[in-house]
Design a protein around this ligand. Structure first.
Ligand SMILES: NC(=O)c1ccc[n+]([C@@H]2O[C@H](COP(=O)([O-])OP(=O)(O)OC[C@H]3O[C@@H](n4cnc5c(N)ncnc54)[C@H](OP(=O)(O)O)[C@@H]3O)[C@@H](O)[C@H]2O)c1
Length: 277
């Protein structure tokens, strides 16, 4: 599997297995993913599935060092004590003694908190500490837009290794992507298939047919060709395999443009500046 090099010199597999909204049967699904050859699993405290993922990894017998595990700090744990407790629990549930990547799931935003900058800075400081003792190899953020990133960088000692954001045809967040590129922050694409919404997009279906691939595979290749790490999710064994092992192809420049400018049919509707959770 091709690896992407992060700003601290560590490597992350360019395709990771998404696990959001996979609680029932997640152990079986993750087992399927591991058997298919995925080495990179994306989870979060809030997904409520870390224990099952830990069990799937244990029962696979795969050497922990061959896997890349990401989890995220939920919004109720944005504090030094919250980070510490959250990571302790995630490690226990995932049955491991280190995380490859730990993310702040959502930034505290100005809509909810007058002191949003301080909250994010305190959370980050606690995560920086965890890199020093080796509990966490890399730290990053998720759903941070340019104002959140700029504020964080004012006090950060460690530059975030990644920003995991919504990214797919029709929703590519250029401003955030460009800022991250300038700062050496790798973008990870969440909901690369728009949580399935893009599968019905007529224009995307037409473009996919020109390449003889499914809309889902076109979305995944679109992300890879955009230079972002991609996290497709599936509960279907055949789709799980195909999403990792499809024959690589090249989307033309014109089609990349068309996919970028697609109607926002895949958009989740969630904006980090205005969310109230
Ligand atoms: N950081 C954040 O705030 C955040 C937010 C959202 C998501 N994420 C991460 O990003 C991951 C992916 O996003 P997502 O879960 O929204 O979903 P997604 O990967 O965009 O789409 C999943 C949907 O696409 C279908 N699908 C997948 N592969 C397919 C294929 N080859 N052919 C046909 N259909 C296919 C799946 O159905 P089948 O099961 O039938 O294949 C499912 O309905 C999450 O699981 C999570 O790890 C992070």
């Amino acid at each position: 599997m091709k690896q992407v090099i992060l700003n601290n010199g560590t490597e992350i597999p360019e395709i990771g297995f998404g696990t959001w909204q996979t609680t029932e049967g997640v152990q079986k699904t993750v087992n399927e993913a591991l058997t298919s050859g995925y080495t990179h699993i994306d989870t979060a405290d809030i997904y409520g599935n870390e224990s099952e993922i830990g069990q799937a990894i244990e029962s696979s017998g795969i050497d922990r060092k061959k896997l890349y595990l990401t989890t995220k700090i939920w919004n109720s744990n944005r504090s030094a004590a919250g980070v510490k407790q959250s990571v302790e629990q995630s490690l226990k549930k995932l049955k491991t003694d280190y995380l490859d990547l730990l993310l702040i799931h959502w930034p505290a935003n100005a809509k909810q908190f007058a002191n949003w900058k301080e909250i994010n800075a305190e959370t980050w400081k606690a995560m920086e500490k965890l890199t020093k003792c080796g509990t966490v190899r890399s730290i990053g953020v998720s759903n941070f837009l340019v104002p959140h990133l700029k504020a964080l960088l004012e006090t950060a000692e460690v530059i975030p290794a990644v920003d995991q954001i919504e990214f797919h045809p029709g929703y590519t967040q250029s401003e955030t992507v460009d800022f991250c590129r300038e700062e050496g922050i790798v973008i990870e694409a969440w909901s690369p298939i728009g949580s399935g919404r893009l599968l019905k997009d007529e224009e995307l279906k037409t473009i996919a047919s020109h390449y003889g691939v499914s809309p889902a595979i076109l979305c995944i290749q679109f992300c890879l060709q955009s230079g972002v790490v991609v996290l497709p999710k599936s509960e279907n064994p055949e789709n799980i395999k195909n999403n990792l092992h499809f024959s690589r192809f090249e989307i033309s420049e014109d089609d990349m443009k068309a996919l970028k400018n697609l109607k926002e049919n895949g958009f989740s509707g969630v904006n980090p500046l205005t969310v109230d959770f």
